[in-house]
Design a protein around this ligand. Structure first.
Ligand code: GLY
Ligand code: MN
Ligand code: MN
Length: 442
């Protein structure tokens, strides 16, 4: 591990120790148990879907795949990690990384599951002292777990305070997201090469996984790899086995984890069979993305930045002859929203759609406005936040059809010509700094 990451992780853990002590004291708790969670097996089967540990657990240990484990935090004490390590010759036991947090914790290897029916026996009880709280997905543990632990489950104000803490990334966390981006970009470069080589969706996905050095069960979200019309399906979830005859477009929205932290990057490419206008729109969207990234700074309201995106989309629709009115009219009449139904971006961290985006600092709700229901972040930007900036422009018939019967001056002939290309999204990951922004996507 580089000395920089080593030192940064030490500082990150010290920061969590201080912050948790303050938050637990403020909320009247003497101890906190955080459950990693565990995967449930498929019904009537002995296999489970891919798993992701609870975010507040990963905040300390950065292990996205640890299950059946607990972390106990008490102000002024060393963190206690109860790591599930069964005596099991079917699987390889969890290996602890060579990272500073391991030295800062007391690690207990547990052969049986804490919170299983054995709870209450000396071997499996958690040492919770005083007024205790438990957070995490324990609902699928045996019902006597909570009673045996004598703790308050999921205190709402406490969880909100911990969410708020996670919104502001330490330099260590920003370094991890930057590294996740570096690894993901290698995958994106491979997808572009595969597209030029006329690969189909499945082969583009496999090229991405190989070049970004990850197996499919480790991706932070299911990669979106859409050729042609599929580029216009916002969360397209299939991979066609065969390449299409015509290559109009490719949209790749694909990430990578590094020590739990996520990259979330999107690129769109015009293919050899695309109308020339599509390539120009892709270039224009890159320009919009770059401009909005430059708008990231402390004190900027993310909703205002989202509205700025709509203004730029209006300008693009007019400049590219898709709308024969003014940019303002395209925004006011809802035309830009029909071409881009999602938000400008979201908070990014241990979860791709990270916590606390729709709350005020004091925990009260800050919901998305009615006109922009899909916006996942309504906060004023502050140093330490990491957000995605992901403007998009799509030809989605379900959204555009209601506008066809209106007098709005939309160039339907061009829309119909471009609809085979599906759509465009360009997405970077950006940290808010003291003086402005740092783009973490190389
Ligand atoms: N990859 C999901 C998103 O961009 O929000
Ligand atoms: Mn994305
Ligand atoms: Mn995103």
């Amino acid at each position: 591990m580089s000395t920089t990451l080593f030192n940064l992780q030490n500082e990150h853990i010290a920061h969590l120790q201080r912050a948790y002590s303050g938050i637990l004291t403020d909320h009247g708790f003497d101890s906190l148990a955080i459950y990693s969670g565990h995967a449930s097996e498929h019904f009537a089967d002995d296999h489970a879907p891919p798993f992701q540990a609870y975010g507040h657990f990963m905040h300390w240990v950065g292990l996205a795949d640890v299950q059946h484990s607990w972390l106990v935090i008490q102000p002024g004490e060393r963190p206690q990690l109860y790591l599930h390590a069964p005596a099991d010759f079917w699987h390889l036991p969890t290996q602890l990384p060579d990272e500073p947090w391991v030295e800062a914790f007391d690690v207990h290897l547990c052969s049986s599951k804490i919170g299983s029916s054995k709870i209450g026996s000396d071997k499996t009880a958690l040492p919770l002292s005083g007024n205790a709280a438990i957070i995490g997905d324990i609902e699928r543990l045996p019902t006597n777990t909570l009673q045996a632990l004598k703790a308050e489950y999921q205190p709402e104000r406490l969880v909100q305070a911990l969410d708020e803490l996670r919104l502001y990334k330490t330099p260590y966390e920003i370094a991890c997201i930057r590294e996740a981006n570096r690894l993901a970009i290698a995958g994106h470069q491979a997808t572009q090469a595969a597209f030029i080589g006329a690969a189909g969706e499945l082969d583009i996905q496999l090229a991405y996984l190989a070049a970004s050095r990850q197996r499919e069960s480790n991706v932070p979200y299911q990669n979106i790899i859409g050729l042609n019309e599929h580029a216009g399906v916002l969360h397209y979830q299939h991979y066609d086995l065969q390449p299409p005859k015509q290559r109009y477009s490719l949209l790749v929205d694909a990430g990578r984890r590094f020590r739990g932290y996520c990259a979330d990057i999107t690129r769109t490419y015009a293919g050899p069979d695309a109308p020339a206008a599509f390539g120009e729109l892709v270039n224009a969207l890159h320009g919009v993305k770059d401009g909005l990234v430059k708008g990231v700074a402390p004190g900027v309201n993310f909703l205002a930045l989202h509205e700025q995106m709509h203004h730029h989309l209006g300008e693009i629709l007019v400049a590219n002859d898709l709308f024969k009115g003014t940019p303002e009219q395209a925004v006011v009449e809802g035309v830009t929203r029909a071409f881009c139904p999602h938000g400008l971006g979201h908070s990014l961290g241990l979860q791709v759609h990270d916590v606390a985006g729709l709350r005020h600092p004091d925990g009260t709700p800050a919901p998305a406005p009615e006109q922009h229901p899909a916006l996942r972040l309504t906060r004023t930007l502050r140093p330490g936040m990491v957000v995605t900036i992901e403007p998009g422009l799509y030809f989605i018939n379900m959204l555009l059809a209601p506008l066809r019967n209106t007098a709005l001056p939309i160039n339907w002939r061009l829309v119909d010509q471009l609809s085979v290309c599906g759509g465009i999204r360009i997405e970077d990951n950006v940290a808010v700094t003291e003086s402005g922004f740092a783009n973490l996507t190389p």
